[in-house]
Design a binder for this molecule. Sequence first.
Ligand code: ZN
Ligand code: ZN
Length: 254
Amino acid sequence: MDFRRSLQKFALKPARFLVVAGLDLLLPENCPLCGCDLAIADGNTVGCAHCLARVPAVERFCARCSAPVGPHLNTVKGCGHCRNDRFAFDGVVAAAEYRDIMRDAVLAAKRAGGAATAGWLADRLWERRSSELLKLRIDLVVPVPQHWLRRVVAPHNSAELIARRLATRLKTRSDRHILVKRRRTPRQAGLIPSARRKNLRSAFIATRPLHGSRVLLVDDVLTTGTTADRAARALRDAGAEHVSVAVAARGIGV
Ligand SMILES: [Zn+2]
Ligand SMILES: [Zn+2]
């Protein structure tokens, strides 16, 4: 009998709800997207096949920005989506393109009750990209932070939940206090690229030195890469040796 089931068996009824709620991010019993019952094998939930089948397939990812690319394109110097951009991060690892069920899941993960969906997104990333993530030899996982005023009103930061789950998979630590967003900024969506860059200038700062660290910066979605670039720049300024970005979904032309 696995740990979760033992806990549930012995918890009194009123407490049971709390136990289940507390463990949902670790091990959901129902598919967080369609609500169907999930099978459990070897102590892990097996993702719902119906929803898994709806995750957009990707033949190959750009090595630099994780945009889906054709099978023969050499992406060492990037692809058509990123070749003209200069990024402070070393590369991006994404699970899939930001569309269909991935878009629905990213939006649901931000809302109240979306913690299990954030876990589902982290699992898709791990399923598809774990070998690349392990090769990065990450020693610190850092979520893209929210401004404290946003933290007060938002139910949670989905980037933080994804980061925590990835850190567990990578057997390393995740720390949400290392990077701080020090001023409120208008939403990036809807701004032209130059305005996006200006909008986030000096918006992030690291709270302690990171000399020699190999950091995985985590967000739910990456579109132009401006947010990740600004956050990565702050980590670099603090001395990080390597910064890769992991996102659940890569938005193209969003
Ligand atoms: Zn499902
Ligand atoms: Zn690219």
